[in-house]
Design a protein. Sequence first.
Lengths: 516, 247
Amino acid sequence: MTTVPVEQEKVEACRAFAADIADDVQRFIDRHTTVGVERTVARAYGVVGADAEGTPLANALVDRIHKAGQVGRGVAYHLGRALCEGAASVQEAAEMLAFSEAADFGPGPSAAEARGAIEAATREAIARIDSARDEREANKAAHRVGTAPLKYVIVATGNIYDDAVQAKAAGFAGADIVAVIRATAQSLLDYVPEGPTTEGYGGTYATQENFRIIRRAADEATRDTGTYLAQTNYSSGLCMSEIAWMAAVERLDMLLNDAMYGILFRDINMQRTFIDQYFSRRIIARSGIVINTGEDNYLTTADAVEKAHTVLASQFINEAFARRAGLREELMGLGHAFEINPWLEDSLLFELAQAQLVRQIFDRHPIKWMPPTKFKTGDIFHSHVHDAMFNLVGITTGQSIALLGMFSEAVHTPLLMDRYLSLKSARYIFTAARHLGDEIQWKPGGIVESRAREVLDKAHALLREVERETLWDAIGRGAFGDVKRTRTGGKGYSGVVARHPEYLNPILEVLERSSS
Amino acid sequence: MGSMTQRNILRAYGDREGDGMVQMSFTLRILPGDRAREVAKRFAEAHGLREPLVTAMEQASREHTYFVVYGHSQHGVDTSDIEVEELAAQPLTRDQIEEQAKKLGRKIVVVGACTGSDAHTVGIDAILNYKGFAGEKGLESFKCIDAHNLGAQVENAELCEKAKALGADALLVSQVITQRNCHKENAAALVELATRQGFRDKVILLLGGPRIDHNLAVELGFDAGFGPGTKPITVASFLVERLVGRV
Ligand code: B12
């Protein structure tokens, strides 16, 4: 495989800085919870359903506890207590706590007693994640699995039934992974909608039922073609961890999941995001889902040449957070992108340098390689050529997961035909240039090598700075994606709660034990 | 016909004047074959293509086929009855803008945002921020303009509040997500709100985004619309002409 020289000591120094940066935030995470985390716990314990207005019971339950100022004890405590006090099931306990006059949030039994009462349900909750994981792994083992770069395409009609048709078509046309992208405003909803949905803009709502519908379609496509069709969705926004749990039990294979994306690109509060990402990744780690991080997005709001090092620095940070949540490297699909102004001289060499550098530094990670988007225009023919260059760099540098570009990127979410042509072009280029990377060497001291060195140097300097100022302040001054956010600003801050000294979350405890 | 306006019929130009050559591509829910080729041909003919030639026919799913067709379009358009304001046709230069604006005796206050649930900031940033986009500096770089960028995911009500508080001369609204026309609803709602709050006529309302054009913006109740590739200077020029023209 072609390589660029990478200074190992510098890489190790980057990892050490990232470790410090993440440890500082992790100390905060370990002392807090959020309404999102607690809703996830409730769902994992089997709390289901929604009222006539569509408010999920998990929300009604946690909101009531929050109003009483008792979220810090953990929803598990309250459910366990209700069981101690005679509720016949977790569901009954949840309904009582959410709606009954009799609900008591004052002093009650000890955390140990509540833990005892909910112990069987804790075991069931974990078993449910484990059995879904086993079923996924068995299904994969029984079929052919695509070769890297895995061909990843997007489906986003807004109507889950059309999405299912499109997902199957993608499988037929050679896709390895289908992503149903989420409706425009979903990340800011502080609840997960219920049931199948047919109305979404820019994507389709992530709901547990929608996950099932696409899983079924992907399984059918798998049986049809003999090649396993993987499914992915977004674990981000205010319901990051709830969606991670739904994905885990509905056998999704991958999830967009980033420690900072919500902060930077949806203006979600920092504290909220950090806490939520941790719990979501604990579930993801247990479930064996591959995460896809979102560093590619930085290059849409910041310049891709000037700020390439921010992508690399952020990858080190995402990796450090993921480690702290128990993820193996093989599950860390760190993201980066082909977003340099295509009209810049030697832009292709810069892209090659960056792709190669990331590939080498994160050698065990299923790197997620994102296509050009920002400089795409409505000239679909030119756009198709632009994507071909992306495909060429992807195969040459051995990227793991290639999110294929669409010639209609600047126009609409992909149509059936757009996806077909994109897959055809990728199939051609990935085949035609299969071993190109094995055959070539970069000119010593040439443009590619120098660029790779420069990016690593700058990432190293940035990480040193972030370590000194802390991640909170670094984001505050716009270190990533040129976007600035404050510690208490943004959406969802009111849902952040300090843990009580006797905070109870037996599910998290099992998840934390399972990785160490 | 009373007046003798010169008719000027435009047809697609491929190889030779008047040949009307165009290509189209589409998918149909049918499997490839002679029948499918005939269906594609008829489909093209129904769109006004003479002698359609099906140049590609490939199965794209278990049920769908993808086609490329070339043909001679029989349609022409009379350009003499097209009325469109060319906003970008002759923008003032930067110096002219600064010079003209002096007549106002104060800075032009503009407030912009990407509104509703739309989180795309790059377009509005390109127009407003100093840095701009692709080498074109934004309105903030003009001495005569006081630019306020509220960012994305801004509710119409918040934009109106800010605009009133800052005494804005112009509101700049960006809408990028357009699936099933959601941008139109949100944009129209802003105009309605400004009208209800009684300040619609005191401000210039501009709408921009990849699917916006001047006619659409005017239809929605804005003063002007700006589409893909808009340069900040075009917007500055428009504002100055409107405002100085009014004093
Ligand atoms: C960058 C980007 C993002 C970034 C945005 C980062 C940010 N902070 O802005 C991120 C990754 C966050 C993102 C998210 C999403 N995106 Co997006 N995104 C893009 C992308 C690639 C580029 C847009 C861009 O920055 N263009 C560059 C700027 C300079 O161009 P512009 O916006 O057209 O602006 C120019 C003119 O239109 C005009 N203009 C614009 N606004 C205004 C305002 C005024 C007053 C004036 C005068 C002029 C003006 O001037 C500008 C300069 O010339 C486009 C695809 C594309 N290439 O267009 C998709 C695209 C817009 N996104 C799309 C979608 C669907 C989404 C998501 C819904 C995906 C999802 N399901 O999560 C989310 C939406 C989140 C939300 N709540 O809005 C779709 C929209 C489809 C449609 N037609 O509705 C597109 C077209 C991609 C696609 N093919 O699917 N996206």
